[in-house]
Design a protein around this ligand. Structure first.
Ligand code: GLU
Length: 448
């Protein structure tokens, strides 16, 4: 019998139990590659079995949402909250409403969230939740009825010091408002139990912009480290939601030429680069439109290409900001062939593991979402602290704090990702190792 390494042992343990959970195993596998050597070198980590405890969610809540829509029909959806790890603070992470939501997707997101949250330096554990509800094309009233029914179940499991959900795909300010209203009515408590709230009821300035803006602040730090600048670079962005649009806006404010946006139906291409006015228009209107990119074409803001993704477009920098596994090995090769030298993830796990390997082999800069998209949850952490103090900081202060946090994460990645005197910075390894050390130390300090 060949001797199994700790890597094999831990991975096989998880694989045997969760072999159908493809996304979860993918996320864990990526992290294990980087952290097992750190674990093997630390007796305390090994004796307390830190990795297995960190890979398995502490608790998973599953519920059925049976609700009556505005036509009087009964609809039945599945809902989950994965409370992954609370060693560093209350469970914290968004809610996603999308037909592709299942336990594997939420487990991968909750696992990643722990690492991301640890990198922010704020006291937050990790979690994720959501439902297989598809809000596309639904009336505002149906959205409210669904959010209320979802919260009727979720409310007993969350609290300002227990678990603090926020938004994710298809859960924005409107949904958070409806969810928060139902929580408040049922519990008779006004507390910071959700983040991403409206400014009138405990929300924070800069929260909406934070993920996209934070991504560009991280990009600036990467450029600085390479004696380069964002100005003048050609950038392709995928996605057309909150993260993509705010990343596009900040990049163009910094003088980059943002030539694409996309959604599941196609691509908007503007060879000259979208103007700040174009992107601002999209930010203001995207929630009310079925396909904002087609509307942008109608407004003369670019050319719509049905069923295309942005990855074949020539660029210096690629920002995948749509969803998991949207960029595969072939796409990665195309990017490299066309001269792209930086890939920073705005979405969670948008690049497949094979795409990551293409980037590493080509020695281009690749930054995983848990580092580069941490700005959103960082601002959520700042919203929690404002709620705890019943105060509201101004936008300027918060934007500065966001920049400080993104620079701090960049420094952590450089320190841990540039070992052995190499010049190439492996941001994935840096993020995984830096976050793991913090999580593992918190687990060890708190015993079994
Ligand atoms: N959904 C966001 C993320 O993926 C934000 C989570 C939060 O603010 O709690 O990090």
């Amino acid at each position: 019998m060949p001797q199994l390494s700790n890597f094999d042992e831990i991975y096989q343990f998880l694989h045997k139990r969760f072999e159908n959970e493809k996304e979860y195993l993918q996320a864990v596998h990526e992290v294990l590659q980087d952290i097992v050597p750190i674990y093997n070198a630390n007796e305390a980590y090994k004796s307390l079995d830190v990795i297995r405890r960190l890979c398995m969610p502490e608790r998973i809540i599953y519920f059925t949402i049976s609700w009556m829509n505005s036509d009087g029909d009964i609809e039945v959806n599945q809902g989950w909250r994965v409370q992954h790890n609370s060693a560093m603070g209350p469970y914290k992470g968004g809610l996603r409403f999308h037909p592709t939501v299942n336990l594997s997707v939420l487990k991968f997101l909750a696992f990643e969230q722990c690492f991301k949250n640890a990198l922010t330096g704020l006291p937050m554990g990790g979690g994720k939740g959501g439902a297989d509800f598809n809000p596309k094309g639904r009336s505002d009233r149906d959205i409210m009825l669904f959010c209320q029914a979802f919260m009727r179940e979720l409310q007993r499991h969350i609290g300002a010091n227990t678990d603090v959900p926020a938004g994710d795909i298809n859960v924005g300010a409107r949904e958070i408002g409806y969810l928060y209203g139902e929580y408040r009515r049922l519990n008779n408590r006004f507390e910071g139990v959700l983040t991403g709230k409206g400014l009138e009821f405990g929300g924070s300035y800069v929260r909406t912009e934070a993920t996209g803006f934070g991504l560009i602040y991280f990009l600036e730090a990467v450029c600085r480290a390479q004696d380069s600048v964002v100005e003048g670079k050609t950038v392709i962005v995928s996605g057309a939601g909150n993260v993509a649009l705010h990343a596009a806006l900040k990049a163009s404010e910094k003088g980059a030429k943002v030539v694409t946006l996309s959604n599941s139906r196609g691509l908007l291409y503007n060879e000259q680069g979208l103007s700040e006015a174009d992107i601002t228009w999209a930010i203001e209107n995207h929630n009310q439109r079925d396909n904002i990119l087609l509307d942008m074409e109608d407004e003369g803001m670019g050319k719509w290409q049905a069923d295309e993704t942005p990855w074949h477009i020539k660029c210096d920098i690629a920002l995948p900001c749509a969803t998991q596994n949207e960029l595969d090995e072939c796409d990665a090769r195309k990017l490299i062939e066309n001269g792209c030298t930086m890939i920073l993830e705005g979405a969670n796990m948008p690049c497949t593991d094979k795409a990551q390997n293409v980037f590493f082999d080509a020695k281009v800069t690749y930054v995983p979402g848990k580092a580069s998209n941490a700005g959103g949850v960082a601002l959520s952490g700042l919203e929690m602290s404002q709620n705890a103090m019943f105060s509201q900081r101004n936008a300027e202060t918060l934007d500065e704090q966001l920049q400080t946090i993104m620079n701090h994460i960049h420094n952590l990645c450089v320190t841990e990702g540039k070992l052995g005197g190499e010049t190439y910075i492996n941001y994935m390894k840096g993020a995984n190792v830096a976050a793991f050390r913090k999580l593992a130390d918190a687990i060890v300090a708190q015993g079994v």
